[in-house]
Design a protein around this ligand. Structure first.
Ligand code: URA
Length: 216
């Protein structure tokens, strides 16, 4: 589903690798591995694809593996993909924040701050500009507001399972920096672990909608 041609892939894969090397040595915020003691930057996974999936930030398992969505949330993501008959290797998977945010004890995961999200956003946008996915599934509030301009206290439920067209813009700037993207917001897999079947089914519908839009 939605693979780019071989030649398009080849040059983009090289550029994507270069970009990952660049952000692996980023020291812009306090999450920088050098200052926070975590293992390092969790790079994107998957091919240059027409379907991109954006999560929030890596957790302990992802930090240890250096890959997004390999822990419990990753298993839930796999269930969503499987239910929508999408193969994981067909999607480009990344996070809004590339390093693991931890609580003061350095052990428990925490939600990234808006400053951390803002610091990491140029890397996310550069990834998206290279991959140019036809459709992006955003998992949870953090990743949805990383790409859509939304009111401060927005309710994710109002946006889930609908498609939204957007350009990506620099923070607090009217300047458009990218092409138009189609975004399908969805519940975060970790949220689905605490909420019942109904939310899971809604999330599967988001994945099916994204697939339909990719194939259109
Ligand atoms: N949650 C996320 O948002 N991203 C990951 O990579 C893992 C868990």
């Amino acid at each position: 589903m939605g693979y780019k041609t071989y030649w398009q892939q080849e040059s983009l894969v090289i550029e994507l690798e270069q970009l990952k090397n660049e952000y692996s040595s980023c020291e812009i915020c306090d999450l920088c591995p050098k200052s926070s003691g975590i293992n390092g930057v969790v790079r994107s996974s998957g091919p240059v694809s027409s379907l991109a999936i954006i999560g929030e930030a890596p957790g302990a398992d992802e930090d240890a593996a250096g890959e997004p969505f390999v822990g419990r949330a990753g298993k839930m993501l796999d269930k969503l993909l499987e239910s929508a008959k999408i193969k994981r290797k067909q999607a480009f998977i990344t996070n809004s924040v590339k390093c693991r945010p931890t609580q003061n004890d350095g052990k428990k995961n925490r939600t990234p701050t808006s400053d951390e999200c803002e610091s990491c956003r140029p890397w996310l946008y550069k990834e998206l500009q290279l991959v140019k996915p036809k459709v992006i599934i955003t998992l949870g509030k953090i990743s949805t507001e990383s790409v859509l301009a939304l009111p401060k206290n927005f309710t994710l439920g109002e946006y889930v399972n609908k498609s939204h067209e957007t350009h990506l813009r620099r923070e607090n700037s009217p300047e458009i920096i990218t092409d138009m993207y189609t975004i399908v917001p969805c519940w975060h897999p970790s949220y689905l672990m605490q909420h019942g079947r109904k939310k899971f089914d809604e999330a599967v519908e988001c994945f099916k909608l994204a697939k339909k839009l990719v194939l259109q």
